[in-house]
Design a protein around this ligand. Structure first.
Ligand code: CTP
Ligand code: MG
Length: 238
């Protein structure tokens, strides 16, 4: 009998919040009686299938230890890396020293994405738990998207229009077998491929990734205006 499959959450939280430009890193900004990161983690702490939550922190992090909800037995912290992929890799290295098995699932979720619904997390797990590879929460785009020419002046020009029907936004969590994610990240390091999400790394292995349709309001805090929007979304969904 194979061992029971376990589920682990990885929360990359080691970014430097350059685009939002606040003094306090965006994952620690206050949001609706809590903070962005605590809201992002809460569903994983509640979910009975999640065995552990590994949070990757910036080496100079000043905030994590002061939060109310970090002393939970499910939570472990590691030091993140220079890129998101390195932060995720460091969390995987931690898992190597736990009872985690190759076929276990890893769910990577941005610390800056506080509006994940519990029902979307549940749907992702349910739809992918028999899958050999894994997949991601995603949402079809509603705007028409333009690809721009190489930027060489102050004004961008249109290179082409994408067929909206075939374009989805990649959200998180992104859920893969531990062995697959490990191989994918190693492949990208070896070939010097830069990726901004785990799915892109797995795509480079030539594997097919499932898209599970989630709510598009599972937004990532990137600019200041996203905070007000996130507060309104949280009020609506909680
Ligand atoms: N992240 C990380 N380690 C890094 C870079 C990013 O763990 N070296 C995390 C961020 O903390 C965030 C998630 O990856 O939770 C998504 O990244 P992004 O939105 O790009 O956050 P930042 O890199 O912090 O922001 P910016 O790109 O504006 O600097
Ligand atoms: Mg970034």
């Amino acid at each position: 009998m194979p061992n029971k499959i376990r589920y682990w959450a990885i929360i990359p939280a080691a970014g430097s919040s350059e685009r939002i430009g606040t003094l306090v890193p965006k994952q620690y900004l206050p949001l609706d009686n809590t903070t962005v990161i605590e809201a992002a983690i809460s569903n994983f702490l509640q979910h009975p299938k999640i065995t552990g939550v590994i949070v990757a922190l910036h080496p100079d992090d000043q905030h994590w230890g002061h939060l109310a909800n970090t002393r939970n037995e499910k939570i472990h912290s590691v030091i993140g890396g220079e890129s998101r992929a390195e932060s995720v890799q460091n969390a995987i290295n931690y898992l190597e020293n736990t009872p985690a098995e190759d076929q276990d699932f890893v769910l990577v979720h941005d610390a800056a994405r506080p509006c994940l619904r519990y029902t979307d997390l549940e749907l992702l797990i349910q739809q992918l738990e028999q899958d050999d590879v894994g997949g991601i929460l995603a949402s079809p785009v509603s705007d028409t998207l333009k690809v721009v020419d190489n930027q060489n002046g102050s004004m961008n020009t249109v290179n082409k229009t994408l067929d909206r029907e075939n374009v989805w936004r990649a959200l998180t969590p992104q859920m893969f077998r531990l062995v697959t994610l490990k191989k994918a990240l190693m492949h990208c390091v070896k070939h010097n491929i830069k990726v901004t999400d785990e799915a892109s790394a797995v795509e480079h292995l030539g594997l097919k990734i499932k898209l599970v349709k989630g709510h598009g309001d599972n937004i990532k805090i990137t600019h200041t205006e996203d905070l007000e929007l996130a507060a309104a979304i949280l009020k609506k969904i909680n």
